[in-house]
Design a protein around this ligand. Structure first.
Ligand SMILES: [Fe+2]
Length: 356
């Protein structure tokens, strides 16, 4: 496995670049905006294809690099479903798998530092974001933080992983790089408590100053979504209402770019074909499925995803591949549903509003 731990000294943030091997598909966790050029150089040097950029939560101490990486590589941005960010390509929930080539990470909802904090488990290691540090824990006094929830996340989830699980945190302020579950249970001073109340008392009395960057970082990180205006101006970004009307006729084929897990727990559109965003290169190449007239019937391809990011990027990629009659649903299936578009659910799906 290829594993790089990259440190941003300005915010004491750790960023992780992961891939199964040189030349493979890669994902990055908690990238920092100022270091995006450095990540891109490294990705290029290692011949990697960045397919996902994950933020463990909405950061208050630095501006995230996921938006800039998406713009540079067309990768999928990933956050937890509770994220207050305006647009993110894909929202995960507890237990979902995040895949990049042969890599698989399991999302664990670990709220407390913020409501939308997630940790990601991969084989022998866990990326804890700001839920758990080495000999410390993430503060719980802003952004819907909650010390009782933090206790449950740490003791009920992270410390129940096998003792030798490696812990890779989102920050370190003391020069440490890695720990283990057993080590933190034994030596983390904040975890030497016997009840949630005792932990909450410690956390609720830290009286920490606000992060220096907070006034800049939070609003910027909240508004990182891909602007979908370009598509509207150029005529390929369809409003949900227009997409619903077009889908009603015979001239269009709806193409669902979401992943299997999203289709399973969110709403689906009857009659759409599934072409996951990660596999689009194959579909677009000469002789690929979406180039075949027998598949598309010569119809206009209307891409959709959860919120419209992936579909907008797919239109750009499709045009580069020589497809001309392609469009994107602005706002994704969420907007489609808000506009009254018909949906169906997989059997056993959790019907909590779709596209969440
Ligand atoms: Fe944080």
């Amino acid at each position: 496995m290829l594993f790089r731990q990259i440190f941003d000294s300005g915010s004491a943030t750790y960023t992780y670049l992961l891939a199964a091997r040189l030349g493979a598909e890669a994902l990055i966790i908690d990238p920092v905006l100022e270091k995006v050029e450095q990540y891109l150089r490294l990705i290029n040097e290692l011949d990697l294809k960045l397919v996902k950029a994950i933020d463990t939560h909405m950061h208050a101490d630095h501006v995230s690099g996921i938006g800039a990486l998406r713009d540079a590589t067309r990768c999928v941005t990933v956050m937890g479903q509770e994220s207050p960010t305006d647009v993110v390509s894909m929202r995960v929930r507890d237990g979902d798998w995040v895949e990049a080539g042969d890599l698989r990470l399991k999302a664990l909802h670990t709220p407390g530092h913020t409501a939308e904090s997630y940790s990601f488990v991969m084989d022998d290691r866990v990326f804890t974001g700001d839920a758990l540090f080495i000999r410390g824990t993430g503060r719980t006094d802003f952004q819907a933080g909650n010390s009782h929830e933090a206790y449950d996340s740490i003791f009920g989830k992270l410390l129940t992983l096998p003792d030798d699980t490696l812990i890779f945190p989102g920050h370190d302020y003391n020069g440490m790089t890695v720990s283990t579950v057993a080590e933190e249970r034994a030596f983390n001073p904040r975890l030497q408590v016997s009840s949630p109340e005792e932990y909450a008392k410690i956390m609720d009395n830290l009286a920490l100053p606000s992060p220096k960057m907070m006034d800049v970082a939070v609003p910027t990180n909240r508004a990182m979504g891909l602007s979908q205006e370009k598509g509207v101006k150029e005529g390929w970004g369809l409003s949900a209402g227009d997409a619903i009307a077009e889908a009603d006729g015979d001239g269009a084929l709806l193409v669902d770019l979401r992943e299997v897990s999203e289709r399973r727990h969110d709403a689906n559109i009857a009659g759409s074909v599934h072409a996951p965003y990660a596999a689009l290169d194959q579909y677009f190449r000469p002789g690929g499925l979406l180039q075949f007239e027998s598949t598309t019937g010569g119809k206009r391809l209307i891409f959709f995803c959860s919120y419209g990011e992936r579909s907008a990027m797919a239109v750009e990629a499709a045009k580069e591949a020589g497809l001309t009659d392609v469009a994107s649903v602005v706002g994704g299936i969420k907007a489609w549903m808000e506009a009254g578009g018909p949906v169906i659910y997989d059997e056993g799906a959790n019907q909590d509003g779709g596209g969440s």
